[in-house]
Design a protein around this ligand. Structure first.
Ligand SMILES: Nc1ncnc2c1ncn2[C@@H]1O[C@H](COP(=O)(O)OP(=O)(O)O)[C@@H](O)[C@H]1O
Ligand SMILES: [Mg+2]
Length: 253
């Protein structure tokens, strides 16, 4: 028997004016199962994530997290419940070292707020915790680098460390490999795969590039013009002619 879903989304909708960016999507994410939402640019993936993370209010439908209805819950409450969404890279403090960025994230998790970061930087415990997290992610080599000097790919890895510092159960990653070189993409995919295997987080990511997720996700949902077009294992999705047509018919970057 399958365990109850971690995330259960039913008939979710979001209109912008008369345009339905998310048009009745029903899907669920099982605990411990890397899940991907793929679709061409403009399919509605980011809007869907904005609905789950509480940044946007749905026009209709409902969202259940661990059996609890969280539809319309504000973003900070959703974060506290254990759903983390990748921050934009602009939320990394460029002038701080990587390890200090992680320390700030740890402080925020403890509810002290960002203005305490100076004190945080001197806190030995936090320093140790941040060091351990970076080590777990294989990023110890970056710990002392100023975040502003990192490559785009390394910044995204640090972003992942910052997300994990909040100790989430469900991690939403919106196109985690966007703008990356093939090597950087490989590094991120590798890291997510390793983290997913060791737990305890469940990863739910979006991608416009199908190939990126096929080695990573166990379950794939395909979104097309606001609707779900298909769902299945990577093999099933790869073999699905409708999915192929949808992708060929759209501009894929
Ligand atoms: N705030 C908004 N106002 C109006 N239209 C929007 C807004 N956000 C997204 N859209 C539109 O919704 C559609 C889906 O966008 P988005 O969710 O960003 O797709 P994806 O992330 O799959 O590329 C696009 O046509 C986009 O232009
Ligand atoms: Mg998007």
């Amino acid at each position: 028997m399958r365990p109850p879903p971690l995330l259960d989304v039913r008939d979710l909708r979001r209109n912008f004016g008369s345009f339905a960016a998310v048009d009745g999507v029903t899907l669920s994410v099982q605990p411990g199962e890397v899940t991907a939402l793929i679709g061409a640019n403009g399919a509605g993936k980011t809007t869907f994530y904005n609905l789950i993370s509480g940044r946007l209010r749905p026009t209709g439908g409902s969202i259940f997290y661990r059996g609890r209805d969280i539809t319309g819950t504000p973003p900070h409450s959703i974060t506290r419940m254990g759903i983390a969404r990748s921050f934009q890279i602009t939320n990394i403090f460029d002038q701080l070292r990587v390890i200090e960025n992680v320390q700030v994230a740890l402080v925020i998790r403890q509810g002290k707020g960002t203005r305490w970061w100076r004190r945080a930087a001197r806190d030995e415990d936090l320093r140790l915790q941040a060091g351990e997290l970076l080590e777990r992610l294989g990023l110890s080599g970056l710990a002392m680098a100023r975040a502003g000097t990192l490559s785009h790919g390394d910044k995204r890895l640090v972003e992942l460390a910052i997300v994990l510092a909040t100790d989430p159960q469900l991690v939403l990653l919106d196109e985690p490999t966007a703008g990356m070189t093939p090597e950087e993409t490989h590094a991120v995919v590798d890291l997510i795969a390793r983290l997913a295997e060791t737990g305890p987080q469940t990863f739910f990511l979006t991608e416009h590039d199908m190939d990126v997720v096929f080695g990573l996700a166990r379950r794939v949902f395909v979104m097309h013009r606001g609707r779900l077009l298909a769902e299945g294992s990577p093999d099933e999705i790869r073999a699905n002619p409708e999915v192929r047509n949808a992708y060929l018919g759209e501009e894929v970057y």
